[in-house]
Write a protein that binds this ligand. Structure first.
Ligand SMILES: C[S@@+](CC[C@H](N)C(=O)[O-])C[C@H]1O[C@@H](n2cnc3c(N)ncnc32)[C@H](O)[C@@H]1O
Length: 315
């Protein structure tokens, strides 16, 4: 496909592409706030597997001192956070940053090894006025944000969207995790398309505090979207396990593309992006390597053309 062919690219990759492997002891390099990366002496902070398990379960592991320095500086306000981000990440080359993450978390490294070439290809296909949405969960979102800033340029970061839902089992050992994160990047911060007027509005939380006209019109969504998961019974449900709600995709398509524009989804699953794009008058290209997904999409979009593409030979 030619460079710049798509105004909107939505990626909802599978979360479990990496090997699951735990190491008994991990070492992490941390930076003190006063030290620029080039001057930083590695300050090893040993994190035991138990601590990783504690962290995964949401209980507070005892932390090595280097971590405490970074964490406390990050929590002292925006300026401090800016400083540490600038010192810690902005001046670094992408490869160096990725190397640090590789040393720190090999599970994420496997995941990123899968995602990075697909992100790079998506970026090539994104139009100059285009927007890329990457849908992740809390385990990947923060590492991915840092790497994408380094890869695409921090100035191209537009938003971190939180999709909050309230469904399913709830842990009693930590705050139940009931949100996904969608990172949004634009190809050109001066030229990107964003149409807030066309976006589905939502009810005011405190309608008594605003005028009747405002209540009737609804309010513009912020970067936190409360939205149910796909209802277990209902028109939208396809039975595909990771299907995302049309309401979430509709907002994305409405805001970041125009009628007639081209939309791409490289992990299409049940085809939510395509179904929404078609209903809103956009053209969509949907990719998935799972025949079950293609079968669901065929049924959901009987008008679509299906092209079987042989996998590229391994070099
Ligand atoms: C989280 S699901 C996407 C769900 C989709 N957003 C929806 O609403 O139904 C991820 C999809 O990526 C597909 N996938 C995994 N690896 C892939 C690959 N290498 N190339 C293309 N698709 C892949 C899986 O088959 C799965 O359908």
């Amino acid at each position: 496909m030619p460079d710049g062919a798509f105004t909107l690219i939505y990626l909802d990759p599978p979360f479990n592409t990496g090997r699951t492997r735990e190491r008994a002891v991990e070492t992490a390099r941390t930076l003190t706030p006063a030290t620029a990366p080039d001057e930083a002496a590695p300050s090893p902070a040993a994190i035991t597997q138990d601590e990783r398990v504690d962290a995964a379960a949401g209980t507070a592991p005892s932390r090595a001192s280097g971590d405490e320095v970074a964490a406390s500086v990050l929590s002292t306000g925006e300026d401090a956070a800016e400083t540490i981000v600038w010192r810690g990440f902005h001046g670094r080359e992408y490869e160096r940053l990725r190397g640090d993450l590789r040393a720190y978390d090999d599970r994420f490294d496997d995941y990123w090894g899968f995602l990075e070439p697909r992100l790079a290809e998506a970026w090539r296909l994104l139009a100059d006025d285009g927007t890329l949405y990457l849908h992740l969960d809390y385990r990947e979102a923060h590492y991915a944000k840092v790497l994408m800033d380094a890869l695409f340029g921090r100035e191209r970061f537009l938003n971190e969207l939180i999709w909050a839902y309230d469904y399913g089992a709830k842990s009693r050992r930590r705050w139940p995790t009931k949100h996904d994160t969608i990172l949004v990047y634009v190809k050109n911060p001066q030229r990107y398309h964003f149409d807030s007027e066309s976006v589905d509005r939502e009810p005011y939380m405190a309608p008594g505090l605003v005028t009747a006209e405002k209540v009737a019109r609804g309010k513009l969504p912020t970067d936190v979207w409360w939205h149910t998961i796909v209802p277990t019974t209902g028109r939208e449900k396809t039975g595909y396990p990771t299907q995302k709600p049309e309401g979430i995709l509709r907002r994305i398509v409405q805001a970041s593309s125009r009628e007639g524009d081209h939309v791409l989804d490289l992990f299409a699953g049940s085809g939510t992006t395509g179904a929404v794009a078609a209903a809103l008058g956009r053209h969509a290209v949907l990719v998935d390597d799972n025949p079950a997904a293609v079968a669901v999409m065929r049924e959901r979009m009987p008008h679509a053309t299906v092209v079987d593409v042989a996998p590229a030979p391994v070099a």
